[in-house]
Design a protein around this ligand. Structure first.
Ligand code: PLP
Length: 429
């Protein structure tokens, strides 16, 4: 008499599964609950019931999931991908990886290693030849004698191992904002507290503000130069000033230098040259376009080599080792000259900057392959939606920041696409 709707309403409203009622029981309840006889209330109850059913099934789904997953918010990037799914041949300024392929000579090294049967686990800390070459390079560059080295599964792997080995719940980690997304989420997962220090609007290293943010709980400061998402390169003066602040309070520095090769206007100074209590993280993903090969390394001065020992212990029970045949190719990569590729990227940077600078507020990026541009109208999310409707994929700044005023462009694409994208963005400004 009341149909399926009534059955659904009654069952979901009280979180009782559908089949639990017999018709006679239903008739009785409906007789008692007179409001259900009024059609407009019936519709209202139908929707409330439907919500209840949704809630019931959500709770059922969630019972397996750990609470810490709620500490991670993936919504920013997901929104861009959802909007982008409908686009045909978009101008893709969203991807953070080079548009060139792994150089042939390095591919051959990997193939050779695979054919030679070097397909088993390597030592946990990495292939001895690669580790030796990294140690030699680090010693030469920073004057660190006997540095401790760990080969990691990308810089992401290095960051995870470092945070696991170093962060206690409640420890504070100072991070210039904007920042690379992984830092915030992994630190939160481990119960650490991110202390963001604003570097807007010029994206220089905010040394004085970092000094003011130091407390008794500060465990480390993260530096990322050249920076994702701003493309900023920190000057020697800023880096030295930060080293002094860190030394005063005996704070560890983590320097993420994954973009060290993409450095367009002179050198990119490293804090490792000025401060021994530095954990250096570098990688192969960007410099040699090996993002899928998952390779990076961590290195420290011998005075803090226990950090690498603890990270190696963590690696044993997580990644086990970095991919063995690719470690062989990475050893060859350390001798591979990428200056021509970097010169091509400098040109891309110039095309993008010259094309946008009269219409947008942006700081000329000195490195990496990103520009962080102020969104016209104030809301980056709104401007990004408009850009995507016009076939240009960019990422809203709030993915990388506590603010939503800028958007990130990755210009790791063809010069033709950069020109087309610039033209569309200028039209929308
Ligand atoms: N650090 C920064 C600043 C990055 O931009 C990225 C990747 O985009 C990574 C680390 C991680 O790189 P991978 O894990 O591929 O080495």
């Amino acid at each position: 008499m009341y149909g399926d709707g009534t059955l659904l309403l009654l069952s979901t409203h009280f979180y009782i599964p559908l089949g639990d009622f017999e018709q006679s029981q239903l008739d009785y309840i409906v007789k008692k609950v007179k409001v259900l006889r009024f059609p407009h209330l019936w519709v209202w109850h139908f929707w409330v019931g439907l919500l209840g059913l949704f809630g019931y099934y959500s709770r059922q789904m969630e019972k397996y999931i750990a609470d810490r997953t709620k500490l991670i918010d993936a919504s920013g990037i997901r929104k861009v991908f959802a909007l982008a799914a409908s686009l045909k041949n978009p101008i893709n300024f969203s991807i953070g990886q080079p548009d060139f392929d792994v150089p042939d000579a390095l591919k051959e090294e990997a193939i050779k290693a695979i054919r030679a049967g070097q397909n088993k686990y390597s030592q946990t800390a990495g292939d001895s030849i690669l580790k030796g070459k990294v140690a030699e390079q680090v010693e030469k560059e920073f004057g660190w004698e006997r540095p401790a080295v760990l080969v990691t599964s990308g810089v992401s792997g290095g960051l995870l191992l470092a945070f696991m080995a170093l962060i206690n719940p409640g420890d504070e980690v100072i991070i210039p904002d904007p920042y690379f997304v992984i830092y915030k989420h992994v630190i939160n997962l481990l119960g650490g507290k991110c202390v963001f220090v604003d570097s807007y609007p010029d994206f220089k290293l905010p040394v004085e503000a970092i000094g003011r943010a130091v407390t008794a709980k500060t465990k480390m400061i993260i530096v990322n130069s050249p920076c994702n998402p701003t493309g900023a390169v920190y000057s020697e003066e800023q880096i030295k000033a930060l080293a002094e602040i860190a030394a005063e309070s005996d704070i560890l520095i983590i320097t993420d230098e994954i973009y060290e090769k993409f450095c367009y206007d002179g050198n990119c100074p490293s804090i490792a040259s000025y401060y021994d209590k530095t954990l250096l993280l570098r990688g192969f993903s960007k410099s040699y376009a090996m993002t899928g090969w998952r390779l990076g390394f961590a290195a420290v001065h011998e005075s803090i080599n226990n950090i690498i020992e603890e990270m190696t212990k963590m690696q044993q029970y997580t990644f086990v080792c970095a991919p063995t045949p690719f470690q062989k190719a990475a050893a060859a990569a350390l001798d591979y000259d990428v200056s021509a590729l970097v010169a091509a990227y400098r040109k891309k940077r110039d095309v993008l900057y010259e094309g946008l600078k009269d219409k947008f507020e942006l700081v000329k990026p000195g490195g990496a392959f990103y520009a962080f541009v102020k969104a016209p109208g104030g809301s980056a999310t709104k401007f990004v939606e408009k850009a995507i409707e016009n076939n240009v994929l960019i990422i809203p700044g709030n993915v990388f920041s506590e603010k939503d005023t800028h958007f990130r462009i990755s210009y790791a694409t063809s010069n033709e696409k950069i020109e087309q994208g610039v033209e569309i963005l200028c039209r929308l400004a």
